[in-house]
Design a protein around this ligand. Structure first.
Ligand code: NDP
Length: 285
């Protein structure tokens, strides 16, 4: 089985609606083999978008990704992120060079500003555009930018080349649906949903305790995690990047693309996990 459901970037590139996250991967040597095997299995299954960041394990995640994709780099759509205080001038160049070295590649498919810091957005865009023109990155985008930040961004020169905004989005965090998601669609900026499984912990447990979620999962012969993913990518305009560290998990995640939730099921989920009625600040981890 390979993933058939796709989303489209503004430059026309088609990507699978499910990719793979790497936060927390590469830190524990006893899990290394399994984590590498998992990422490789995900790529085999078509989850070929791999999201990493210089921040993750201070580069450990990128090094592990390099090992996982050493013989299939061209099949992978590789993303990394730059920390905001590194996001201009020579420091930006140094960051991308280090990421490329750790990832053992000579280009990134997408490079994201991890979140907005004190560096002026225009300076960051200038740096990203230089990297793009020099071929070290094919595209750039942002992460964790709410509508006001997006407005600031889009008022900068060359901002039209922003391809992606990667934001927190899952069944229990729907604030972006009101204003930010329509805004991104209007500007043809693809939304990537991070933490689509609500990470591990309290919020995920709250979701898993839901009878409605469990009943819908049963109807699809699926589990609640798969329903959370199917829900995230239901519009055809969102790419979700769940993180898994076992082959069993990535196998199950890949199957979520086959699940089409009916209108009645979406309405039930709306009742239990409603989107807010008024604009709320973007949730951030
Ligand atoms: P997720 O919402 O993807 O949840 C990951 C957790 O879910 C892990 O504990 C994982 O367990 C578990 N899991 C995965 N698949 C299954 C399954 N089929 N059944 C049961 N449990 C499962 O959390 P993340 O926060 O990691 O988000 C995903 C990615 O998004 C990150 O890895 C990162 O790449 C990106 N991200 C970006 C941010 C940003 O600021 N731009 C912020 C946060 C995340 P296990 O590991 O044992 O498989």
């Amino acid at each position: 089985m390979t993933i058939s459901r796709t989303v489209c970037l503004q430059d026309g590139t088609q990507l699978p609606a499910l990719g793979q996250g790497t936060w927390g991967i590469g830190d524990d040597p006893t899990k290394r083999v399994s984590e590498i095997e998992t990422l490789r299995r995900g790529v085999e299954l078509g989850m070929s978008v791999i999201d990493s960041a210089e921040m993750y394990g201070d580069g450990n995640a990128e090094s592990l990704v390099a090992e996982a994709i050493h013989d299939c780099r061209e099949q992978v759509f590789l993303i990394s992120k730059v920390l905001p205080h590194h996001a201009s001038g020579d420091r930006l160049l140094q960051s991308v060079e280090q990421s490329l070295q750790r990832l053992n590649t000579d280009y990134l498919d997408l490079y994201l500003l991890h979140w907005r810091g004190c560096t002026p957005l225009q300076k960051t865009i200038e740096g990203l555009e230089q990297l793009r023109q020099g071929g070290m990155i094919r595209r750039w985008g942002v992460s964790n930018l709410d509508v006001d930040d997006m407005n600031d961004l889009l008022s900068c020169q060359s901002a039209k080349n922003c391809q992606v905004n990667q934001i927190l989005y899952h069944l229990a965090s729907r604030g972006s649906e009101l204003v930010l998601q329509p805004y991104l669609n209007q500007h043809q900026i693809l939304m990537m949903s991070y933490s689509p499984l609500a990470q591990a912990g309290r919020l995920q447990n709250q979701l898993l305790a839901s009878d409605v979620l469990r009943q819908i999962a049963d109807r699809h012969d699926a589990d609640p995690f798969q329903i959370m993913l199917a829900w995230c990518i239901r519009s055809g305009q969102v790419l979700a990047i769940p993180k898994a560290s076992s082959v069993a998990h990535v196998d199950r995640n890949a199957k979520a693309v086959r699940i089409e939730l009916g209108q009645d099921e979406l309405s039930l989920l709306d009742q239990v996990f409603p989107a807010p009625e008024y604009k709320v600040p973007l949730d951030i981890i």
